[in-house]
Design a protein around this ligand. Sequence first.
Ligand SMILES: [Zn+2]
Length: 212
Amino acid sequence: MRKYVIMGVQGSGKGTQSQLLCEAFDMVHISVGDMFRWHVQNHTKLGAQVKRTMAAGELVGDDEVESVVRGRLEQHDWNYGFVIDGFPRNARQAEFFMESFDIDAVIHLEIPDDEVRRRVLSRRLCPNCGMDYNLIADRPEVDGRCDICGHELITRADDTPEALDARLRDYHEQTTPVLELFARKEHVYHVDAGPPAKEVHATIRKLIGLPM
Ligand SMILES: [Zn+2]
């Protein structure tokens, strides 16, 4: 059984890399962001709490994050292992996590802040059908129009340069101590997240010793 932690800022391709690894090795992708979205969509008690927190522009609290992760890991449906993303968020959670689980490796996707800005600020969304676009990698056929339904594309409300800079600051503040703590006890692999997703995936497999 393999257990990996994947870390990387928004726009680093963390979700894509987690999925590629999980598909190749039958592991379970445990994404804290996806779990919260599920709770919001399914109107659970936790979902209501999360929605209020996010509406106030705040980060979901550590207690909520921990209880969601603990609940998910207790389901024990990860016979071949898991890749967890969005956890741990701070040194305390990292300590708890390392004590409870024998982590095989920590994968840190590295990408300069300027590249994150370029990627994130080029995202567009169709408010009608929910289709995602990216003006760099995934342009619509007609400028500013959805390929599927023809509706005008919009920018997400929180994809402004100011909001993104605040998220980047928070990310670095939270992540640096976690990476330092992991580096003392676990294998931390720093991976350049700049190249196309397939290349990054191949690099990760080589580094953590998984066959191609
Ligand atoms: Zn559309």
